[in-house]
Design a protein around this ligand. Sequence first.
Ligand code: NOJ
Length: 568
Amino acid sequence: MSLQRTLKLLYALVLCVSANEDFDWTKNERGSFYYGTFPTGFSWGAGGSAYQTEGAWDKDGKGMSIWDVFAHKKGKIFLNDTADHSCEGYYKFKDDITLMKDMKFNHYRFSISWPRIFPTGIKADHINEKGMKYYDDLINMLLDNNITPIVTLYHWDLPQVLQEKYGGWQNASMVNYFNDFANLCFERFGDRVKYWITFNNPWSSAVEGYETGEHAPGLKLRGTGAYKAAHHIIKAHAKVWHTYDTQWRSKQKGLVGISLLADWGEPVDITNQRDIEAAERYVQFYMGWFATPIFNGDYPQVMKDYIGRKSAQQGLGTSRLPVFSSQEKSYIKGTCDFLGIGHFTTRYITQKNYPSGRGNNYFTDRDLVELVDPRWPDPGSEWLYSVPWGFRRLLNFVKTQYGNPLIYVTENGVSEKVQRCTDLCDEWRMQYFKDYINEMLKALKDGVNVKGYTAWSLLDKFEWDEGFSERFGLFYVDFLNKNKPRYPKASVQYYKRIISSNGFPNQREVESWRRKATETCSSSNQLLAADPLTSHMEMVTEIVVPTVCTLCILLAAVFLMFLLRGRF
Ligand code: NOJ
């Protein structure tokens, strides 16, 4: 055998081995900071979603979504907040694009509100052209400013009519309704939009919408609701991908993916096989639930085994986890041009048996417990601990499990939990971005195919059941002021530097960024401190002055009447 052939064979062997490579749960490098830059063309941006930012909830012919209705019910949202007005993004998108341009974003991720386009959710009923125009203008203006739109079709705001009439994602008919909606978006926007995300974080829609009821539509169908909703969502995703593939791809040349939220699960004891398996279950029940059918054709084996066994122990004839037919499996497999990853935090995982009984649900089906290290920083949302190394491990897991797909990070960021925070010097957010983006850079060096990063989020906005109490924005939004002014937090300057350097060029430079960013935020703080005064002045001119004038006129009229009465 010639040397060349031997080398070729060896090379093929290495390729084979690496293609079948298993994720090594015991490899646990948590190295120091890595200075270096991203490949040219790496895409930087930020995101938001329709219900969280647009406001204009009942304007210009928009129909109700399940979130409009849910948020209006008392006791569902912290302080009974609603996103009726939120950031008024519907009216202020031009200002927001100016902010993005200044930060030199390559892309912006937003979602289209289904009921803004089809008020009842159903194409045959009515298409709302005013809603279409809003998205047309938004897309055009982004492109005029060289910002690529990354468009999500479903960020949780199902048309209320579809929930009321059919039970929403519990019903298989959603697959066709969603496909009609997506198809219209491809038809009308696809000449300009080249990155489509079918579903954002379907885990939340399924588990929080139909199992725990913390999110709209607020149903508590424990043990079955989430699995059924997810089943229909996966089928809807696949159908939309095929629609694009057969009807639009050759003309429009875009990509269709899905965005999955995935926390990382790390075994408490990496030498303990039961912990390793429990951690793998955690990730499989989270991201694998959706990613495995889409990349490999069926639910993760571990989900089928666990839910099947627990269902049998409950005395059920079939598993609570629905089954895909073999035709469906091949239809669903491979329906992802890129994988969007939303990642915020990590948990330690250990094994715990939940005996099968009446309390069966998604959480007990997993037989595990989630733990956190009390030393992990948790500046904002209760669930959000900053654990940067988990990000690199998650990205490597995706690479080994799903054949090194094209990845866009579609959400990553941190909140602050403050009612009226006037502190724009968000030290912890700069630290979070620095460390998480650095772990993404390390993952890229590990061979993970990441092409873009989306900071979550551009603006402070409505944070679902937490209302406005958790602020994820790079920009602070003053929700008490009717004009919803935006103020840059220090992290805007910091992120801007990461973007302009395309990473972390060298220690000396990177270390100066924090100081420079905090210099600007103290002057913005003064602006913000003056803001209550401005709102106060506005209140004086808009409410107090007209009220006093009306009272004066009334008093004068009464006085005049008395005078005249006395005369005659
Ligand atoms: C994921 C959701 O997609 C997004 O809407 C939300 O703001 C973030 N999680 C933070 O909770």
